[in-house]
Design a protein around this ligand. Structure first.
Ligand code: GRF
Length: 218
């Protein structure tokens, strides 16, 4: 039986390294999602050129060419629908979206954030983690809700903060975990092994006790 893959669009604003991790994972025959679109609100985003070179459909929807947030979101919605999008993955997408747009994609839009939510929401995460003296940080994949970096948590990876860390060294260590976690989390959602039950996520997969820093296991 051939697997019916979930049609997934990725929204980026820049580098797109998480998008690349998702695209590479989705090349596997048994991966439950296919990447049907990479869209960026910044036409110059390096990730857009990379995706195009892979033969993926890419679209730039420049927010500066839209008079209002509603107009921008209408273009985005049209683009997502035209691609037959079933699931949206935000990957370094730096636009806040209206609650109307977010509710339209409720439980069908996921995001990755470079901290162990609900701690350290917002920007400049690693700088604030270092200033707080935290010993463990990490990354989180969650369903998107209208409030920034809020929503039911799908998966998290814990990453140690080492003495002597700078923002750059910590960001690199967390980013490596993001690249493993995001494809695993998208797989859980696309295969329906992770599903929203109100504001919590139910995971129908056993944890691997040998990998206690990852929950669920990768
Ligand atoms: C990542 O750290 C992600 O967690 C955050 O923005 C950054 C995007 O990096 N939301 P990239 O564009 O995926 O390389």
């Amino acid at each position: 039986m051939t697997l019916k893959k979930v049609r997934t669009a990725i929204l980026i604003s820049g580098r797109g390294s998480n998008m690349q991790a998702l695209v590479k994972a989705a090349r596997a025959a048994d991966y439950p999602a296919e990447i049907v679109l990479v869209a960026s609100n910044r036409p110059e985003a390096p990730g857009l050129a990379w995706a195009e070179a892979q033969g993926i459909k890419t679209v730039a929807i420049d927010h500066k060419n839209h008079a209002t947030r509603d107009a921008f979101e209408a273009s985005l919605q049209h683009t997502l629908e035209a691609a037959g999008t079933e699931l949206v993955a935000l990957a370094g997408f730096m636009r806040l979206m209206t609650s109307v747009f977010v509710e339209r994609w409720r439980d069908r839009m996921i995001n990755i954030h470079p901290s162990l939510l609900p701690s350290f929401k917002g920007l400049h995460t690693h700088e604030r983690v270092l200033a707080a003296g935290a010993r463990i940080t990490g990354c989180t994949v969650h369903f998107v809700r209208p409030e920034m970096d809020e929503g039911p948590i799908i998966a998290q990876a814990a990453v140690p903060v080492l003495s002597g860390d700078t923002e750059a060294t910590l960001a690199a260590r967390v980013l490596a975990a993001e690249h493993a976690l995001y494809p695993a989390a998208l797989s859980l959602v696309a295969s329906k092994r992770a599903r929203c039950d109100g504001e919590k996520v139910i995971i129908s997969q056993d944890l691997n006790p040998a990998a206690p820093l990852y929950s669920p296991s990768l």
